[in-house]
Design a protein around this ligand. Structure first.
Ligand SMILES: [Zn+2]
Length: 421
């Protein structure tokens, strides 16, 4: 059992509110006590860290990534170094799921992992269209072996039973009509989508849907999904979209960073970050290379500005906006861990969030929407997944990248072990 930990004399953002100077006591991987001012403990075995001028906030929760296995453990390891303590995966090859779960459970230097397993899709649908566009035909076929092709109600029933067998954490639907893209995927019929949502709900699953177009977003929201991943790029937002969100009380994980890579509007900013020493020291070389490039699959109708404006208006209408980066092995313009910071900084710079609202979107609000009730807050009883940065990110969100310590369940990860040396 790891010794107790006291982090004191720090600014605390607890996932919702700020304590200008306070202390956090951690025992057995959980937060035991949070108090204003400087706390002292009598037990000499307690590790005490006093860090005036620093800020402590809950570990970031990225609601959207696509994991992959490599020797450097980029997915779970690099993410954790950046303070992303929980990764939610929204579509993955079923054969790797147990590997990620066991790594997350046993390796203190790997982020925690939740997954939808295989998404609900059709042959030629999303993301098959993009896999076929970027891979050699034989390779693409290999990647897509075993993917769902839901044509009938019976197919949906089997699909949901398979997800129950796989103990997935949520169900991911794909609804991509390609209106804003240079590819034209097959769109699953809405009655099939509705059957997936209804059956998933009957079994208690949260449902999250992909759409990148205006019409796709409205159509899939009308099937009753609980949340959207991505906002749309092909048209300006209207009241019709806001109403569709409101009927379901759906959340939106807009993936603005990935959208700006799709439209290439993000290139300049990606380049800037790819040469920021605070970022590069934590990125492997492949991630750094990816960060300088754009996906560029958007067509001439698409604008990143439509996406930013949709987030401004959805937020103003009271829709929960949450952090999701869409980081993936092959996704240009993203990097595991870093892109979570990029996304919440984009909420501030492009969508008018206060830094506190952006941090909430990346911590307590994701936890609430994804039903991860044991994390996302610095409060007694919650997991001690913690991030320490120098400076005050509640004044300038850029300080989230001034990382000085990351704890997973109360254990300081090895990348920051000098903090207590
Ligand atoms: Zn994705």
């Amino acid at each position: 059992m790891s010794p107790a930990l006291l982090i004191k004399d720090v600014r605390i953002f607890d996932g919702e509110d700020e304590i200008p100077s306070g202390s956090v006591l951690v025992e057995n991987g959980l937060i035991k006590q949070v108090s204003e001012g400087s706390l002292d403990v009598s037990d000499p075995s307690t590790i005490v860290i006093s860090k005036p001028g620093h800020t402590l906030f809950p570990g970031l929760i990225d609601s959207h990534c696509h994991a992959f296995i490599d020797e450097q453990n980029t997915t779970l390891g690099q993410s954790l170094k950046f303070g992303v303590t929980t990764l939610c995966e929204l579509h993955h090859e079923v054969h790797n799921m147990d590997w990620f779960r066991s790594r997350a459970a046993t390796d203190p230097d790997s982020a925690d992992f939740k997954t939808s397993g295989l998404s609900a899709t059709v042959a030629g649908g999303w993301p098959a269209a993009v896999i076929m566009a970027v891979h050699e035909p034989e390779n693409a076929k290999d990647i897509m072996t075993g993917w769902a092709d839901l044509q009938t109600k019976a197919d949906v029933e089997t699909y949901i039973q398979d997800r129950i067998r796989d103990k997935v954490d949520f169900i991911k639907l794909m609804h991509e009509d390609g209106n804003g893209l240079t590819v034209k995927p097959v769109v699953p019929p809405l009655e099939i989508q509705k059957t997936i949502v209804d059956l998933a709900h009957q079994h208690g699953f949260l449902t999250i849907a992909h759409a990148l177009s205006y019409q796709g977003t409205i159509d899939i929201l009308r099937t009753g999904v609980d949340g959207m991943t991505h906002t749309f790029v092909d048209k300006p937002i209207t009241q019709e979209v806001i109403d569709a969100y409101k009927i379901n009380n759906a959340h939106c994980d807009p993936t603005l960073v990935t959208i700006a890579s799709l439209t290439k509007d993000g290139r300049e900013e990606q380049e800037k970050y790819a040469h920021d020493p605070r970022v590069t020291k934590l990125l492997n070389s492949e991630s750094q290379e990816h960060l300088c490039k754009c996906i560029g699959l958007a067509n001439e109708n698409s604008r990143a500005e439509y996406a930013y404006e949709s987030v401004r208006q959805l937020k103003a209408a009271g829709i929960d906006i949450i952090l999701g980066s869409d980081s993936a092995g092959a996704a240009l313009g993203t990097a595991f861990g870093f892109s979570a910071h990029h996304e919440i900084a984009t909420f501030v710079r492009k969508c008018g969030f206060t830094p506190a609202e952006a941090l909430k979107s990346g911590t307590s609000l994701v936890a609430k929407r994804f039903r991860l009730n044991d994390r996302g807050r610095i409060a007694p009883g919650f997991r001690a997944d913690l991030v320490l940065v120098e400076g005050n990110p509640l004044e300038d969100i850029d300080h989230t990248l001034d990382l000085r310590g990351v704890w997973k369940q109360g254990t300081l990860i090895s990348a920051y072990k000098d903090l207590v040396a």
